[in-house]
Structure formats: C-alpha cells, structure tokens
Design a protein around this ligand. Structure first.
Ligand code: DX5
Ligand code: ZN
Length: 216
C-alpha cells in the first residue's frame, strides 16, 4: 500500500494542530522540511517545530534535512522524535558514518538525491539504508512543478532494489498531485511526500484517486 507523508511546509502554520488533524485520516506520516538557507535557498524550521508536531499527532514523523553538515544534528532529530531522518547525498562527505549515527540512535536512515544526482551513486550504500528519497523537484520550496526526468530514475532505482532483493523503500518528494501520482507509483514510489497536493487540495479525493491506480 502506498503511503502519504504530509509536508507541513504547505499548511497554515498559524493553525498547525488543526491542519494536522484535518489531514490525519488520509495520511501515514508527517514530513518536516528542515532548511538552512545554505544547502537550499530557503530557511524554514528545526527542532522546536518537530517537538510541536509531536504534541499534535501520534503519527510517525520524517525529518528531511536540507542542511549542510547534517552529521552535527541528526542525533538531536532522533532524540526529538523523528522516526525517519533523511539526509542529502550532496551534503554528506562521510555518508556511511552519518547513516549509522541515525541508525544507532534507533531511527530509520533515508538518503535524498537531488534531481540531477544519479541513483548509481548509492550503489555501495543501498543495503545500509532504509530508504531513498528521490527528489522530484529541486529542494527548497513547496508548490513547484514536477520534473519529468525523475521518472526514469525511479524506474532504475526500483529495478536495482528488486535485483538485489533489498527492502530499501522508495520515497518521492515534490510536485506530487492527482496528475503526477500515477507515474510515480507505477514506477516504484512507495511513500509520497505531499505539500500542496494534500493541504491545498481535497485530501479525501486524492486518497480515492491513489487507491484506484492500476499499473500495467
Ligand atoms: C521541497 C520539500 C518538499 C515540499 C513538497 O524542498 O522537500 O517536501 O514541501 O511540497 P509540494 O508537494 O508542494 O511540492
Ligand atoms: Zn521534503
């Protein structure tokens, strides 16, 4: 079953608790976009907001760290309650070490790839990680247009995981909505991160559309 992780970047943050409650029946996780203004051209939020989300819901929280030097912070995100911590391949010099910092603290470690980063670069680390986050937009903002070339990456990654009989999950993030969902799901996406698609549209109608998808 395809899961949905709702990105609160697209919700009305002045009503965070109500916004989470409104979409909660339709989602499986809450996605927290942490941006530092250095790795990406935007600044968002950090640990205090994760703690606030934790008080609003019992759903698992996945923290997507779009920050440089994530090794300095990953443990604190796990301590604050993140079930999944996602770090960017492009931001890590010692990726293997940082992945084990996350896992040793008891959370799942996912690695995110920017749209231009080939999935082959994860070949040697694929069996160590719990999931891959394929960015389907350039990280930094909600509400951007889906980048079509990422569909081929999804297909390749899914084939690589199957051939090696791994349990590594595939998550997609950016521009997922009623128009783009079919092609990501049918090419291997198992967790959909959604900002606009869930908070600015009707979550019930999206969920229905997702359940009706048939891949040929
Ligand atoms: C972009 C973020 C996404 C973003 C998704 O850098 O990582 O999680 O909030 O928003 P939508 O679904 O609106 O593209
Ligand atoms: Zn994200």
């Amino acid at each position: 079953m395809t899961m949905i992780s709702a990105s609160i970047l697209a919700c009305d943050l002045s009503r965070l608790n109500d916004e989470i409650k409104r979409v909660e029946p339709y989602i499986d996780m809450v996605h927290l976009d942490v941006m530092d203004g250095v790795f990406v051209p935007n600044i968002t939020f950090g640990l205090p907001l994760l703690e606030a989300v934790k008080r609003s819901t019992n759903l698992p929280i996945d923290a997507h760290l779009m920050i440089v030097e994530p090794q300095k912070y990953v443990e604190r995100f796990v301590e604050a309650g993140a079930s999944i911590v996602t770090i960017h391949y492009e931001a890590c010099l010692h990726l293997h070490r940082t992945i084990y910092q996350i896992k040793d603290k008891g959370a799942q470690a996912y690695v995110a790839l920017n749209p231009h980063t080939p999935i082959e670069l994860l070949s040697e680390i694929l069996s160590d990680i719990d999931g891959v986050l394929v960015m389907t937009v350039n990280p930094g903002f909600s509400g951007q247009r889906f980048i079509e070339t990422t569909v081929g990456k999804l297909r390749k990654l899914s084939k690589m995981i199957k051939e090696r009989q791994l349990k590594t999950k595939i998550m997609v993030d950016g521009g997922i909505n009623e128009e783009t969902v079919q092609k990501v799901v049918c090419n291997g996406a198992e967790i959909l991160v959604m900002g606009y698609g869930i908070f600015k549209n009707d979550p019930a109608s999206f969920k229905k559309k997702l359940e009706e998808i048939k891949c040929f």
